[in-house]
Design a protein around this ligand. Structure first.
Ligand code: F6P
Length: 537
């Protein structure tokens, strides 16, 4: 293993003067050869510094890391989440046929039953058969945080053209502003509140849920009758007062950030309907089938993972930007932040030893073209390259606005071209000379207009953003994270790093209410004191 990392590092070191543009000259079929499809999803990774030698070594790395065996173990329901002794089977939520054994038990009948109950409930809400105490449900408020918010929120926004159910709203932050701003203007008599929490203990969600229940109680006789719970802790949902007919459970083998495919996706299903939701699942299942069957060298999740490994662990680029040229994917970067950074932001390997490599990069982004007018300056001319992952649909949904879409796409392609090509000093000098500059001022002005270029990017091209393609995209990124985690030898399915802050928040709360600061550091005590002083009217 060490040897392959060393060989990859040498391969990179030998690229000192390499220009991506030169690769297209030396590898005439590069545009096609470094462009890989899964069904009608196309992943172009030609505008990177991965040449044929690097590609072969990266594939060797994947082979030596036993990616295929680990993948098969995941799909087979083996307990690959070793620090929590759990299987990892979010894939079972989107592939409803067949059987999967966990501890000798087939988990699929229960999954199918829950899906059928969700569909039935969603249909009744959408048709008006299930009503609020003031009539047909007009609004749905999903209260959840992390995976219980980011997935359904992202997917609901992405599927806006399919939205023909009640309006959906999402409350996540414990900041009272979030729930106050959301509930203002809603009619409690026709609002359905979903409490989405795998554990049903998350303090933000439970605080918001109680506030929503109080709000509801001010207007209707039976507030709990307009509440739904989505959780794997079904024992706790009853204590909150939610009738078991409106509790949709899932098992501990569904990680929070992988949970949009099951009950946590109920708000999406309410918005777009069970059929479109099933298409979303089908898209995810199609990507699963590709991931399981395609050879490593034409396997999209594997290749996306290998570009990630190349850029972060080998080239040392600290961040990567996800840049969807699709306004409806505006929450995708935030969703991927949790998916990637909570999964692979680790410092020890599965066996508890220190990781030999850097783990996950910082993931960030915004939809294009907006980002172009904000942070692309740094991407083009900053000192540290940022590998960019562009996402573009061939068709938009607004046929009457097709000219917008062409312009959107032109911008996307232009950005990846500009990043790769850059603008040399000579070209910049020519431009400035044409504007009448000369001498030292010509040089000075020209230097500001140089683009170093040679900045890597990939492009994921999809036919259109539909429930099916959204499912493909999300499953693609999930498996990418999995493959990277396997290669790094870490556990992508726990998140112990979020625990300490949660524990300390509980201990700091009394301090802010005036308790003595015993056990806290001087800075925290001082800040708490200033906070209290500033709260005085
Ligand atoms: O704090 C992190 C986390 O546990 C995430 O992994 C999870 O998605 C989120 O909190 C919400 O958890 P729950 O669904 O249990 O409320």
């Amino acid at each position: 293993m060490t040897d392959i990392w060393t060989r990859l590092a040498s391969c990179r070191a030998a690229q000192e003067d390499l220009r991506i543009t030169d690769l297209f000259a030396s590898e005439p079929a590069r545009a096609e050869a470094f462009c890989t499809s899964a069904d009608d999803l196309v992943f172009d990774w030609s505008k990177t510094t991965i040449d044929s030698a690097a590609r072969d070594l990266l594939l060797e790395l994947a082979r030596q890391s036993h990616v295929e065996a680990r993948r098969d173990a995941m799909f087979a329901g083996e307990k690959i989440n070793e620090t929590e002794n759990r299987a990892v089977l979010h894939t079972a939520l989107r592939n409803l046929g067949g059987s999967v054994l966990v501890d000798g038990q087939d988990v699929m009948p229960k999954v199918r039953d829950t899906f059928a109950r969700m569909s039935d409930f969603a249909s009744k809400v959408r048709s008006g058969e299930f009503t609020g105490q003031g009539g047909k449900i007009t609004d749905v408020v999903n209260i959840g945080i992390g995976g219980s918010d980011l997935g359904p929120y992202m997917a609901t926004l992405a599927l806006a053209p399919y939205h023909d159910g009640p309006r959906t709203h999402f409350v996540s932050n414990v900041d009272g502003a979030d729930i106050a701003d959301t509930l203002r203007g809603l009619n409690p008599e026709t609002t359905l509140v979903i409490v989405a929490s795998k554990t049903f203990t998350t303090i933000e969600t439970m605080t918001n849920a109680r506030t929503a229940r109080d709000w509801m109680a001010g207007a209707v006789a039976e507030p709990a009758a307009q509440f739904v719970a989505l959780s794997s802790a079904v024992d706790k949902t009853g204590a909150f007062g939610i009738d078991s007919s409106r509790v949709f459970g899932f098992e501990d083998w569904v990680g929070g950030r992988y949970s949009v495919w099951g009950p946590i996706g109920l708000s999406v299903m309410l918005a777009v309907g069970p059929e479109d939701f099933a298409d979303f699942l089908a898209g995810g299942a199609a990507m699963d089938a590709h991931f399981r069957a395609a050879p490593l060298d034409s396997n999209l999740p594997v290749l996306l993972a290998l570009t990630g490994i190349w850029h972060h662990q080998i080239c040392g680029y600290p961040t990567r930007a996800v840049l969807p040229y699709d306004n409806r994917l505006m929450r995708l970067p935030a969703y991927l932040q949790q998916l990637e950074m909570e999964s692979n932001g680790k410092r020890v390997a599965m066996d508890g030893s220190d990781l030999a490599m850097n783990s996950g990069p910082v993931v960030w982004g915004e939809p294009g073209t907006n980002g172009q007018h904000a942070f692309y300056q740094l991407i083009h001319q900053g000192t540290t390259p940022v590998p960019c992952e562009f996402i573009l649909a061939a068709r938009g949904h607004e046929e009457e606005l097709a000219h917008h879409h062409i312009l959107l796409a032109a911008n996307c392609l232009a950005q990846s071209e500009a990043l790769m090509r850059g603008r040399s000093l000579e070209e910049a000098r020519g431009l400035m000379r044409a504007k009448g500059f000369e001498g030292a001022e010509l040089d000075r002005q020209a230097r500001h207009r140089v683009f170093p270029g040679n900045r890597p990017s990939t492009t994921l091209l999809i036919p259109q953003l539909t429930p099916f393609t959204l499912g493909q995209i999300i499953a693609l990124y999930e498996h990418r994270v999995f493959v990277e985690g396997v290669i790094l030898g870490l556990n992508s399915f726990d998140q112990w790093g979020v625990e300490l802050g949660k524990e300390l928040a509980l201990q700091v709360e009394p301090l802010l209410k005036g308790d003595s600061g015993e056990g806290h550091d001087p800075s925290t005590r001082h800040l708490a004191k200033l906070f209290q002083d500033l709260r005085q009217p």
